[in-house]
Design a protein around this ligand. Structure first.
Ligand code: B12
Ligand code: SF4
Length: 538
């Protein structure tokens, strides 16, 4: 059977990273079937496009996975596929909670022939075999022989054949400069950010988050050996094609068991499996100096920290009281001393927020080492404790907000400000944090560092700007470049000074950039491609 696994685009940005579920299910597909992958963020497709693709490639089963925010598009694409007579199976966090919606059992139209609930590692092979026999069931639940919910232990993790998977659609290096960049250093013809998981589950149960409900509160880990081997495979692939590879450890809290994280990082170092990596770690776990040393030594460059709020009352409200705003600055300084920087994520529209929350937050951010702040709005995702609380209190203004997804739009009214005021706060946060003045200041704060570091933070800020202000197309990029011309000219001028790119850094480069390339060339290359980066609110 020929199977297509499809992930819909998020409708706003182009994602910088493929989705792990596709590679995982591909690796778990029983022999004898061919699996094609299409990530809508890398290859945009509309309803007619997917129907054509299915017909042209004689696809016999389509699997679609989606988060809540892409579900409306996912349903439209599923409808288009089903209209061709090909069955659709859907999975992922949204349909797990809203299976009746996907199956048309809630009075609405049916979008999926079958739904895979929860983690599908064990059910996917059954789904494929049933589909091949033409006997798909409506619902596949991960249960053991006694009907009890069962979760994969991850001890027997499949080997994803990174050496042979077609990764063309995920190359972040624009085609126009690929050949030139291939010749620089060890080669920059490709640059990919690859998702790797080392464990699943989170015991913290923050009110707005689906993870504890979906993956459970007990954590399961892969063996160190299996993670190290995967990194070695990725490194070998990058080397063989004269390119670069970085890894996003997508664990929800990569250091949730500090002892185990340290042992994994030590094993990575011992095996020479270091790659540049990004991971999500909560601030409370970054108090450990030895852990932070190991993060830096094993290739850690950016840590995503779900700070959410600088107001302890807000944090308590959403069951995230373990975050201590008073220690955020020290945590970031500890990372920066090792040249590890942070993506700091904030949520506005919490119940204790009042107008001016963005400016109060920015005032704190400005006192910290340079990083990548991101701002979102509190969103009641289905089946979360937050959703249930707001529903019970009759506070949901758009109970099925996912059916008409609007980026950065609230679905309930916060207690101390209006929805419009909350939107204005998010707008102010992005506007100020990514203004030409803020970008110049971030670059300036690394004045004691070799030029490459300043180029890194500048480019990273430019890309992150695109999460809120989509920069799709050349014109949008040229406008941004024009607005930031002073900083660019300054960097270029410095680039021509003898020794500007050398010097012993007190800090290690953040995002790897080919150091010999003038910054304008890199920025223009990015402009041609228009790709931007998006990160979650933990
Ligand atoms: C990595 C990640 C991202 C990446 C994007 C995805 C990517 N390229 O990998 C980035 C960093 C960009 C991101 C962004 C966001 N994310 Co995110 N992200 C994650 C994270 C941490 C890991 C995803 C992952 O790979 N998991 C591991 C795989 C194995 O699990 P899985 O995807 O669930 O797949 C399994 C099953 O669901 C099932 N399955 C999944 N799909 C399919 C399809 C079929 C056909 C079948 C049969 C089975 C199946 O089988 C898989 C194997 O068991 C998850 C949390 C988590 N632990 O999952 C949040 C998560 C998915 N993100 C979430 C959210 C809310 C967001 C944001 C909206 C946050 C924000 N406020 O901006 C943004 C959206 C940005 C955008 N522009 O799209 C929520 C989604 C909840 C929901 N109900 O939709 C999650 C669950 C985290 C949370 N806090 O609740 N995210
Ligand atoms: S927000 Fe992060 S720490 Fe909180 S439950 Fe979700 S994954 Fe765990």
């Amino acid at each position: 059977m020929k199977i297509l696994l499809y992930n819909p685009d998020n409708g706003v940005t182009r994602n910088f990273m493929p989705h792990l579920w596709m590679f995982l299910l591909q690796a778990l597909t029983p022999p004898g079937h061919e699996v094609l992958l299409v990530d809508g963020n890398a290859q945009r497709m509309d309803e007619a496009g997917i129907a054509q693709f299915v017909r042209d490639n004689n696809i016999e089963l389509v699997g679609i996975g989606a988060m809540t925010r892409m579900i409306a598009k996912a349903y439209r694409m599923a409808d288009a596929v089903r209209a061709t007579g090909v069955p659709v199976v859907m999975g992922g966090p949204h349909v797990t909670e809203m299976a009746d919606e996907a199956l048309g059992r809630d009075g609405g139209p049916r979008h999926a022939d079958a739904v895979a609930l929860g983690e599908a590692d064990a059910t996917w092979p059954r789904i494929v075999e049933d589909a091949a026999r033409g006997q798909l069931k409506d619902v596949y639940a991960p249960v053991d022989a006694f009907g009890q919910e069962s979760k994969p232990t991850l001890k027997e993790y499949p080997v994803i054949p990174w050496q042979s998977i077609d990764l063309k659609q995920f190359n972040l290096v624009p085609k126009a400069v690929k050949a030139t960049l291939q010749k620089i250093g060890e080669g920059w013809g490709t640059f990919r950010l690859i998702p790797v998981e080392s464990g699943r589950g989170c015991p913290y149960g923050c009110e707005f988050c689906t993870v504890t409900g979906f993956f459970g509160d007990s954590i399961r880990f892969r063996t160190n050996e299996s993670v190290v081997n995967e990194l070695l495979l990725l490194k070998a692939r990058a080397r063989s094609e004269k390119g670069q590879m970085a890894v996003f450890f997508i664990d929800d809290n990569f250091a949730i068991n500090i002892k185990r994280t340290k042992s994994l990082l030590r094993d990575i170092i011992a095996a020479g499996a270091q790659v540049h990596w990004v991971a999500q770690i909560s601030a409370n776990l970054l108090r450990d100096e030895e852990l932070v040393d190991l993060i830096a030594d094993s290739g850690g460059k950016w840590i995503f920290i779900g700070m959410e709020s600088i107001d302890p009352a807000n944090l308590k409200d959403v069951n995230k009281g373990f975050n201590k705003p008073g220690e955020y600055g020290a945590v970031l300084e500890r990372l920066a001393q090792r040249n590890v920087y942070a993506i700091t994520s904030f949520i506005f529209g919490m119940d204790n927020d009042t107008t001016g929350v963005a400016e109060r937050t920015l005032a704190q951010v400005r006192t910290w080492p340079p990083g990548l702040p991101i701002f979102g709005l509190l969103t009641p995702l289905p089946a979360t404790p937050l959703y249930k609380r707001l529903e019970k209190a009759g506070r949901l203004t758009r109970p099925k907000h996912w059916q008409e997804f609007i980026p950065f739009a609230m679905a309930h009214t916060p207690l101390k400000m209006s929805i419009e005021e909350a939107h204005a706060e998010v707008n102010h946060g992005w506007d100020e944090a990514y203004s030409p003045a803020a970008l110049a200041q971030a670059v300036e704060s690394l004045a004691d560092q070799p030029l490459g570091y300043r180029v890194n933070i500048f480019l990273a800020r430019l890309c992150f700007r695109g999460i809120y202000f989509p920069m799709m197309g050349k014109m949008a990029w040229f406008k941004v470049i024009a607005q930031n011309r002073r900083t660019i000219f300054k960097l270029v001028r410095e680039g021509f000074k003898a020794g500007a790119w050398r010097g012993r850094p007190a800090r290690i480069p953040a995002i790897p950039v080919p150091q010999a390339e003038p910054v304008v060339a890199i920025a223009q290359a990015a402009a041609g491609d228009g790709r931007v980066i998006a990160f979650p609110a933990d």
